[in-house]
Design a protein around this ligand. Structure first.
Ligand code: PDD
Length: 287
């Protein structure tokens, strides 16, 4: 079996109750997810055959669905059964689960349909792996204006502003954009952001301006356990110049050092000791 074939076998979808190869999982052009990005999503990592932080991801899905006036069509236990079934079928110990819930199929109109059935996709795929050189040496970011909407705490599928910000970062060779809104640093296009300043770990407060990342949540807990002082507050843009260390967090990147921001080195330009300690502590949490 060549690698393409094994990748294809490793990608299956549960779409509205049917199990399908990922390539055959299709939705109607009248699905409101396709028409309006009228939907929410989650990305989970599977380690050693176990979905990591399932409860936290489910809680965030409930928050996102409620925020867009969408009723979740199944219980936490039902959704977990679907995920475990996919992990079992897929047969890979390491995987990524993509879950998307849209308002379903209805004739195109901005008005929320009264009778549409929500459409649910749960897909399992090989995980996106971050090169070990990046984990070891760190990545670069560039600051960009945060021109997203005012509900960034909702994990909505509408990600065009994030797509364009990432394109701008990549154009100048940066790994991830760092959003700045009204003079304050918020988060990355698909990651949360932390810096170490004056010995304290600092991250943006979890309000409407950022997605309350699941990895962020664990890192905050770990910092407390490791006795690293933590501040969740507004981060003025100028504070980046004083940062001793920086890193970003996300489900598939875990804790990833950031060593350059806007072409300037962060601290001495190498991943710092607090970043390393949190990277290691996070690994200990995994199944
Ligand atoms: N993105 N902020 C944004 C805007 C995100 O899209 C993400 C996740 C995060 C980190 O959240 P978590 O730790 O729960 O993964 C922060 C996922 C991974 C994605 O869109 O692929």
């Amino acid at each position: 079996m060549d690698s393409t074939e094994s990748t294809m076998l490793a990608a299956i979808a549960w779409l509205n109750g049917r199990l399908l190869p990922l390539s055959e999982a299709v939705v109607s052009i009248d699905d409101r997810g396709f028409q309006f990005a009228d939907g929410v999503y989650e990305v989970l990592r599977v380690y050693h055959g176990q979905p990591f932080a399932f409860r936290e991801h489910f809680a965030r899905l409930v928050h996102s669905a409620r925020a867009i006036l969408l009723e979740l069509p199944l219980t936490e236990a039902d959704l977990k059964d679907i995920c475990l079934g996919l992990i079992d079928r897929n047969g890979q110990q390491e995987a990524e689960i993509y879950l998307q819930l849209t308002r379903g199929v209805a004739p195109r109109s901005l008005q929320i349909p009264t009778s549409a059935t929500p459409s649910l996709l749960v897909a399992i795929k090989p995980p996106r792996l971050v090169a070990s050189a990046l984990r070891q040496d760190g990545v670069s970011m560039i600051t960009v204006n945060d021109d997203r909407w005012a509900h960034c705490d909702i994990k909505a599928t509408a990600l065009l502003a994030n797509v364009l910000a990432l394109a701008r970062a990549n154009q100048v060779g940066a790994y991830e954009p760092l959003f700045v809104r009204d003079g304050f640093v918020t988060e990355g296009a698909s990651s949360n952001f932390f810096l170490v300043c004056g010995g304290s770990l600092v991250t943006a407060v979890a309000d409407w301006r950022i997605l309350p990342g699941i990895t962020r949540h664990f890192v905050v807990q770990l910092a407390q356990e490791l006795g690293i002082p933590l501040e969740q507050r507004n981060i003025p843009h100028q504070e980046l110049a004083e940062a001793e260390e920086a890193f970003l967090t996300s489900t598939f990147r875990e804790v990833l050092p950031v060593t350059r921001i806007d072409s300037r080195p962060v601290g001495d330009g190498r991943p710092g000791s607090r970043t390393r300690a949190l990277q290691d502590a996070f690994q200990q949490l995994l199944p």
